[in-house]
Design a binder for this molecule. Structure first.
Ligand SMILES: Nc1nc2c(c(=O)[nH]1)N[C@H]1C(S)=C(S)[C@@H](COP(=O)(O)O)O[C@H]1N2
Ligand SMILES: [Mo]
Length: 349
């Protein structure tokens, strides 16, 4: 029985384990592993870190059976990356879509280390007609709308699979990857919403046809009302959060440093602005250098708290591709990618 994360997290669901990072935890640039958000569709599979092997098959020249020891011998890569669940802030969408009841804590940042997926694919030799690389988790179950059962499995377009930063991660924050986060082996796809980062990887298959599994076609697609196409959920949309002060806090009159993070899977963060109160007056925040191109960017704003009473703070971020947070994200049936501007309410005294 996994420990109950009631003290380290804000629990959304006990089984399977779905829990948000606590607002106090998100003040840190690197989220401690013990407080990193958890999102699982099924119970955690139990895999042995000594005996676990990964199968590499499909349209490859040399099918492989790789032990984790063999994988560890390939050249490593290490970087900090922010991961956000596509369903984060679903509770802020109206009308409320079906799905896990996430507020804003389904985002965290860790230092990941392991072997690029590309190194394994190069060893196996991908045939020229390959379109996608499928990663299968060891977890499966029976979603209500998939009575035949489903395994957690997701494909990546070939280019993304060969990106040197698409990582088969063996370590998180300098420790062996814990079971809660996909240990002993998970994929980390920086810049994409979390669903791409398949945990408990057991099989890697080169496909010559687009993958049409449950978690590819029935979930993690944008269903916009009245539109027949259902584009896949991929890159994280530009977003920012305020971490200091916390919502509901009482702040004294005078100087208050407002702090937070901003991130985007579509380009570096170029600008963050803060609004005090309602209306459309925005002031630039000061940006810090992010820990890596894949990590959230810290920002701060010096707020002169002049009046006692209720105060509302908002932040909005821009990325290098010209994307800016909208007042409200585009509504979609499954409630993904809510990057609309958020507001926190507090009291000055
Ligand atoms: N095998 C497997 N991988 C998975 C999932 C899952 O349910 N099973 N959930 C995905 C989703 S939706 C997210 S947001 C991230 C969450 O990773 P974490 O639990 O380490 O925070 O894992 C992804 N990888
Ligand atoms: Mo997710």
């Amino acid at each position: 029985m996994p420990e109950l994360p009631g003290e380290t997290h804000v629990v959304v669901k006990h089984a399977p384990a779905n829990a948000e990072a606590r607002p106090e935890t998100l003040v840190e640039e690197i989220t401690p592993t013990s407080g990193f958000f958890r999102r699982s569709n099924f119970d955690w599979p139990e895999l042995s870190s000594e005996r676990h092997q990964i199968v590499v098959d499909g349209a490859v020249v040399r099918p492989l059976l790789l032990s984790l020891a063999e994988l560890r011998d390939l050249p490593w890569r290490r970087f900090t990356a922010t991961m956000e669940c596509a369903g984060n802030d679903r509770l802020g969408m109206a009308p409320l879509p079906a799905g896990e009841l996430w507020q804003g804590g389904a985002v965290s940042t860790a230092e990941w280390a392991g072997v690029p997926l590309a190194a394994v694919l190069e060893r196996a030799g991908v045939q020229p007609e390959v379109l996608e690389i499928l990663l299968e988790g060891a977890d499966s179950g029976t979603p209500a709308d998939a009575p035949g059962g489903a395994r957690f499995a997701r494909s990546l377009p070939l280019g993304k699979a060969f990106d040197p930063d698409t990582l088969l991660a063996l370590e998180m924050n300098g420790e062996p990857l814990p079971r809660a986060h996909g240990g002993p082996l998970r994929l980390v796809v920086p810049g994409w919403y979390g669903m791409a980062s398949v945990k408990w990887v057991g099989r890697i298959t080169a496909l010559t046809e687009p993958f049409a599994g449950y978690f590819q076609r029935d979930r993690y697609v944008y269903r916009f009302p009245g539109e027949p196409a259902e584009p896949p959920v991929t890159e994280m949309e530009v977003k920012s959060i305020i971490t200091t002060p916390l919502a509901g806090e009482v702040v004294p009159l005078g100087r208050c440093t407002v702090r937070g993070w901003a991130w985007s899977g579509r380009g570096a963060i170029e600008r963050v602005e803060v609004a005090i109160g309602g209306g459309d007056v925005w002031q630039p925040a000061h940006l810090h250098a992010p820990a890596s191109p894949h990590a959230w960017c810290g920002w701060e704003y010096d707020w002169e708290v002049a009046e006692a009473g209720r105060q509302v703070l908002r932040s909005r971020a821009w990325d290098a591709a010209g994307n800016v947070q909208p007042a409200a994200a585009r509504w979609n049936e499954l409630g993904y990618a809510n990057n609309g501007i958020r507001q926190i309410v507090l009291t000055a005294r």
